[in-house]
Design a protein around this ligand. Structure first.
Ligand code: ATP
Length: 351
């Protein structure tokens, strides 16, 4: 199903218009207070806009301030599921009953609801936990149960509000891969702060700032060539897209990177992205010999102070080095150098 969203909440200075195509995942990015949760609340029917029209596959869910009659479909009749940061499971029900609650409340029989619940519990990889109560689950397991519950009611639109924000960083890559699999072909609006979520999970991103859309486009394009300062800061990680060849990433500009595969093993010839932080990069004037590091032959385009370090940018990669080493290397825009990064600092994702 496709979402058409256009709404203004004056008290919050939010005025946003966006579309999510059938089967598409759109990431909604923006700094704190930008209006992301407000957009989700209006789409879910939890907040009434001052003006707007929200429809799912042409069916009006919210209409306000238009010539036609106002519409306000209640949350449970929207065919929309909202997955919050915190799993919000019913504490007295087992995982199975929590997940079965969605389809049951949509009028499906008890048996059909349990069958749907078992299916989704298996899909998110927590089969062995079906009989447990939420208090007996880890944060990551509880969030998986919440994902299963959101999917079990087969929503036409799934709204995800920072689904990994409350989790330990150790469990996020595995949950991200699970989401990638179960969100495929669904219509999803995903609020996130994490550019990796946008890159791995979303087809397109919409960036909002001070309640307005400031940038939108395919995820890899917006993150690789951010136009707003916010997106540039958000996309502070190095992300090099390329092709998986013989256990490494070949980029179109001729670089080769080896790293650790996060999630599913990519197949040869498939598109991947190599991700690493600027502080993991060291700069050398000569190609370091006999070292296991990745070495990228680059030309520095910009140098700027950044949090007590010097940030050296090239067309594709950014490095943060100490002011002393920048001075010792005599770095200036135009310097031809080698950016090196250890393979275990590079994460590779199939995209
Ligand atoms: N319940 C509320 N009543 C009034 N104003 C609110 C309320 N909740 C949020 N706001 C204001 O509305 C604006 C948008 O907030 P919103 O929570 O939608 O932003 P956000 O992008 O989700 O931020 P965050 O990333 O911090 O969750 C902000 O100026 C905020 O202060």
């Amino acid at each position: 199903m496709s979402l058409h969203f256009d709404a203004a909440v004056l008290e919050r200075s939010v005025d946003v218009s966006l579309e999510v195509g059938n089967g598409e995942t759109v990431a909604l990015l923006g700094p704190n207070g930008a209006g992301k949760s407000t957009v989700l609340a209006v789409a879910a029917g939890l907040l009434r806009p001052d003006r707007g029209r929200v429809s799912l596959d042409g069916r009006p869910l919210t209409v306000r301030g238009h010539p036609e009659r106002d519409v306000d479909v209640p949350p449970h009749d929207r065919h929309v599921s909202l997955l919050a940061q915190e799993p919000l499971l019913f504490p007295h029900l087992s995982v199975l009953d929590n997940v079965a609650f969605g389809p049951r409340s949509r009028g499906r029989s008890r048996a059909a609801s349990r069958e749907a619940a078992s299916h989704w519990i298996a899909e998110v990889g927590i089969e062995e936990l079906a009989a447990r109560k939420p208090a007996q689950l880890s944060g990551g397991q509880a969030q998986r149960a919440a994902v299963a519950r959101a999917l079990a009611s087969d929503p036409g639109l799934l709204l995800l509000d920072e689904p990994m924000a409350a989790l330990d960083v150790a469990v996020t890559p595995a949950l991200r891969q699970t989401l990638r699999r179960v969100l495929e072909d669904r219509t999803v609006l995903l609020v996130t702060h994490d550019p990796l979520d946008a890159l791995v999970l979303a087809d397109r991103v919409v960036v909002i700032h001070d309640g307005k859309v400031v940038e939108h486009g395919p995820s890899s394009e917006v993150l690789a060539r951010p136009r707003s300062t916010f997106t540039a800061q958000l996309a502070g990680l190095n992300m090099l897209s390329g092709t998986w060849v013989d256990g490494g990433v070949d980029t179109p500009s001729g670089h080769r990177l080896e790293g650790r595969v996060a999630g599913a093993q990519p197949e040869d010839g498939r598109p991947v992205v190599a991700v690493f932080p600027p502080h993991a990069v060291s700069i050398f004037l000569e190609r370091p010999g006999g070292s296991p590091r990745n070495a990228l032959d680059v030309t520095i385009t910009h140098l700027e102070p950044h949090s007590g370090q010097i940030r050296a940018r090239t067309d594709e990669v950014t490095a943060d080095v100490t002011p002393q080493s920048a001075a010792e290397l005599d770095l200036v825009p135009g310097s031809r150098v080698y950016f090196t990064v250890k393979a275990n600092e590079v994460l590779v994702y199939a995209i």
